[in-house]
Design a protein around this ligand. Sequence first.
Ligand code: SF4
Ligand code: SF4
Ligand code: SF4
Length: 381
Amino acid sequence: MLTYRMRIRYLRYTLLTAILAAVIYLASGHGARSFEAYCPFGGAESLWGLFTNNEFSCTLAPLNLSLMLALLALAVLAKKAFCGWSCPIGFLGELLGHAGGLIWRGRPAVPPLLNGRLKALRYVVLALALFFTYKTGELVLRGYDPYFLVFSGFGHGSSGLLSVIVLTLTALGALAVPMMFCRYLCPMGAVFDPFSRLGFIRLRRDKEKCTACGKCAAACPCDIPVDRLETVSHYDCTNCLECVDACPEKDVFQLRCAGLAQPLPKYIVAALAVLALTGGYFLRTAFTQPTATASFSGKAAAKTVFIVDGLKCKGTAGFFTSMYKDIPGIGGIETYASEHKAVFTYDPDIITRDRIRAVMETPVEFKDGTSEQVFKSRSMK
Ligand code: SF4
Ligand code: SF4
Ligand code: SF4
């Protein structure tokens, strides 16, 4: 029979598995957007490009920004609930942490002082990631980003053997220290920190009912000493409720929201996480910007939209539009790299849609004398 405490873990793992499956589906080439568009840290990386040039850098897209804003709002409400309930990398890290506990019985915890010091590393990673992205307009740390490496399968932008070494060490580290990447290295975790400190929804432990067995603290993937806290206000708390699951006593924990007298149902965190992801998805239209635009002398009498394989970042978008600079009849082109979309305005008396398609599918000649078809139309309407 399902017990109450099993249902919380099952609900969380069901949600995380669904999200992991969705990212794998996107990363295998399905869906309208790249899996990278669903990374909230891309929102932080996009800010400088938007501020200085009013455009998204590299493969970044409105969805990165809208998701980040929605998830920061979630952090103000429910701390790092995204990490506990929706992040595929956090989920993989957690599973590796469980596997590590099975392999290495009696695995020691990181001493609290060292644990606290190492957490400062995530601010260093955040500063480096933002500095280099803002300086170059490229996602230069992509080759060391587990989200990109895992789901792209060491795709374009990874750094060969170095990326393999970094990801292997990250995975081994997750076996030895639960949530190692999240604790010490994730820049998104660092972005969440000040918002999570506010986090209105917190666990409260009833001291009278507690028997001081310590099982809650042992179960916490973030090494928070839950058994010694009356209210879990720690900024690393993800509201994953693993401590609640682990507690053998009845009704020791309550989820409380500042300003509300009544305790909240445990499932509220899951509902808020889903709401934030959904809200972030729909909010993207407020930030929609083309990746690259070009205006030509042709009359803009008709419009056609192509979904183009190979149109995937700022660089390819710029190259794509340049292919039309000497083609008569094109009025303008707007490209949206994250959606692999190109919108043409054109003069149908001079050029047809089939001719527009033929131009994009023309093999490109490289300096070494080889040629390759870079773009392929997946659909046109
Ligand atoms: S800390 Fe980073 S990787 Fe870990 S769960 Fe949160 S966002 Fe995901
Ligand atoms: S304190 Fe509880 S809810 Fe917070 S991270 Fe630890 S186990 Fe999860
Ligand atoms: S698991 Fe429950 S009873 Fe044991 S220390 Fe934690 S809150 Fe107290």
